[in-house]
Design a protein around this ligand. Structure first.
Ligand code: BV8
Length: 246
């Protein structure tokens, strides 16, 4: 996309946003890329040398829970060193503009939207900061300190797992329902930094489109969501989103 094309698309998108009544945002790993958090599919799909489906799935957990905790402790350590970028802060400003007519649905587990000050956030895939006991189901906010290879539940001494939705696991019903309602009722869906290959999150795009929402995509390249986009803004979200809010 040339600079002129991007500026023209930004003008159209900013004009639409000024007339919009309700906004739903769907973010993926790309919005955190400029903060230094690696995306999932940029490289050869490997994470610390592992296929994410091998260390982020119930089978991977059953096979080798210590390896899974090494994988998640490495990501917790990475996220402990990073900060939100201008793209995250632009979404805080957008929320300030729309108030209760705004919802931020994120696939990211890095917590950077909350750290930036976003409040109406649905972390549909869970959070690196939370653990869940595999025995008493207690969910605990643990911060980002290292948790070793076999952390135990402080209540019942059961084995703790990351409170994260793995491949092959269902999303939390209440959170997913709220995300679907928001995508169905908004007049604008802003899709930022996602390859839109993971379901059911990616289905929010056609859901919004079918209900008549205007879809605006922000990404550095075209994706599975691009076919549904009324306006495509192809550039780094840390640069594009602040311009969109000007
Ligand atoms: C479910 C937590 C059923 C983990 C994640 C076989 C068996 C079982 C299920 C399936 C199967 N085959 C397919 C499925 C469905 C599966 C799925 O969708 N698989 C994909 C790979 C095909 N989905 C599931 O398994 C879901 N559950 O179906 O369960 C069920 C139902 C009821 C009851 C029981 C069972 C669960 C999906 C959730 C998986 N967990 N995360 C963790 O993080 O450790 S998903 C994982 O992928 C992350 O959350 C990530 O966010 C998400 C999506 O990836 P993206 O965010 O889009 O990141 P990606 O790297 O792909 O793209 C980055 C984008 O950013 C790119 O477009 C790039 O261009 C752009 N970008 C880069 N830099 C920038 C930028 N954009 C802007 N600016 C920049 N600077």
């Amino acid at each position: 996309m040339t600079d002129d094309e991007l500026n023209d698309a930004l003008d159209r998108a900013a004009r639409w946003l000024r007339a919009a009544k309700s906004v739903c945002v769907l973010t993926g790993a790309g919005i955190s890329a400029e903060s230094g958090v690696p995306t999932f599919r940029a490289s050869d799909g490997l994470w610390e040398g592992h296929r994410i489906e091998d260390v982020a799935s119930p089978d991977g957990w059953d096979r080798n829970p210590a390896l899974v905790w090494q994988f998640y402790n490495a990501r917790r350590a990475n996220v402990a060193t990073v900060k939100p970028n201008p793209g995250h802060f632009a979404l805080v400003a957008l929320e300030d503009r729309f108030g209760d007519n705004f919802k931020l649905v994120t696939q990211n587990v890095d917590g950077l939207h909350l750290q930036a000050g976003s409040r109406r956030v649905l972390e549909i895939h869970g959070s690196l900061r939370q653990t869940r006991c595999t025995v008493c189901e207690a969910v605990t906010n643990r911060g980002l300190e290292p948790l070793g290879d076999a952390p135990e539940c402080p209540q019942c001494h059961g084995r703790l797992r990351p409170h994260i939705v793995w491949f092959g696991e269902g999303l939390p019903d209440d959170i997913w329902m709220e995300a679907m309602v928001s995508a169905s009722e908004c007049d604008t869906l802003l899709v930022v930094g996602t390859s839109a290959v993971v379901h059911p999150a990616a289905s929010l795009v056609p859901i919004a489109r079918r209900k008549g929402a205007t879809v605006i995509e922000v990404n550095i390249t075209r994706t599975e969501a691009s076919a549904y986009a009324d306006i495509g803004l192809y550039g780094p979200s840390g640069e594009v989103l602040p311009k969109l809010l000007q």
